[in-house]
Design a binder for this molecule. Structure first.
Ligand code: ZN
Ligand code: ZN
Length: 342
């Protein structure tokens, strides 16, 4: 479920059968209370515009893994603003009480800004005495990040470790790869840069109060991705019970891909030790890339043979168009409010 993403499209269905999209007006929760059939010429329901999510520049994905009857839920990023997260989570009736871990992909306000509201809403939906929500963070938090134009342009500060604790989160800092949510998911370590064309965030800078000056920070080295492995269980083959489990592959959740979506996907395959690449979901950060970089990215992604590419946030329409042209049917654009099953 996507409580925050850059784009909205509650109408288009998934063109890739690897992704089942919950659809229909009822399932999408767009229908309001029943109408009196004696009024409005027999209309029975009202399609409510105020049940539709609103898009915002940022990302937040509510991800539930299911295995052997067990379920574990992680929130990957929190979107840019508290009120956007709150609005959409309420419209989606999102089960925030299920959240065990909030993982922040990297320190950028469009991913961290909703954090205090996420924690207060999720804690309010938990049963009394529940374990506190772990907030999985990279230890290297800049005081500010920004973009160097003629002079530095600063983003708002990310929530501090103290603010996150005060909002009801249990801060858990990690630099290296590690497992979360009872080993259902893995958070990567630093993403190795192997491609020539994925150069990081153009004109990215960071500011530390103690140093008193802005420094180049194009690599955004704190960015991490989240992965899980999908299993497909085949129990029958031509009337014979065979009961073998065949791996569908790795699903990669990526925030902005400042390290490059090819670098991230390749590293996910390394972490997956031979498991194929099933899906890459999130921001591919190609919206401001040169055409050559988009072509190289799409060609190298194709070589990794993914089953589905779920492009959202900062991917940009050019890259989505290029993916659809190079790999017809693989693309499933990610929209705010969508509910997908992989
Ligand atoms: Zn972003
Ligand atoms: Zn970013």
């Amino acid at each position: 479920m996507a409580p925050v993403d850059n784009e909205l499209d509650p109408i288009s269905s998934s063109p890739n059968e690897a992704v089942q999209q919950i659809g229909g007006l009822k399932e999408l929760g767009l229908l309001g209370p029943s109408l009196d059939p004696a009024t409005r010429g027999g209309a029975i329901k009202e399609l409510r515009m105020d049940n539709i999510c609103c898009s915002a520049h940022g990302l937040s994905l509510l991800i539930t893994g299911v295995k052997d009857g067990g379920r574990h839920t992680v929130l990957f990023d929190t979107g840019p603003e508290e009120h956007i997260f709150e609005l959409n989570a309420k419209r989606l009736k999102a089960p925030l009480g299920d959240i065990e871990t909030v993982q922040l992909s990297h320190w950028h306000r469009d991913h961290s800004g909703g954090m205090p509201k996420v924690l207060s809403m999720a804690n309010a939906m938990k049963a009394p005495g529940s374990a506190p929500i772990t907030v999985d963070l990279h230890p290297d938090r800049p005081d500010y990040r920004g973009i160097m134009a003629m002079a530095p342009v600063s983003l708002e500060a990310d929530p501090t470790f103290a603010e996150i604790e005060a909002a009801g989160g249990k801060v858990d800092k990690h630099d290296e790869a590690h497992n979360i949510a009872s080993n259902f998911f893995q958070v990567s370590g630093e993403i190795p840069r192997t491609t020539k064309y994925e150069g990081g965030l153009k004109r990215g800078v960071r500011y530390m109060e103690a140093e008193g000056k802005w420094k180049e920070d194009t690599l955004i080295k704190d960015e991490r991705f989240l992965i899980c492995k999908l299993k497909e269980l085949f129990t029958w083959s031509r009337h014979t019970l065979i009961g073998v489990a065949i791996g569908k592959g790795i699903v990669v959740f990526t925030g902005c891909s400042h390290a490059g979506v090819v670098n991230a996907s390749r590293h996910a395959l390394t972490l997956g030790k031979g498991t194929p690449l099933h899906a890459v979901m999130g921001g591919y950060h190609l919206a401001d890339s040169e055409p050559e970089a988009i072509s190289s990215t799409v060609a190298d992604l194709k070589a990794l043979e993914p089953t589905v590419l779920i492009t959202g946030h900062c991917t940009g329409w050019r890259a989505k168009f290029a993916i659809e042209q190079a790999m017809p049917g693989k693309l499933v654009p990610s929209f705010v409010g969508s509910r997908l099953t992989l």
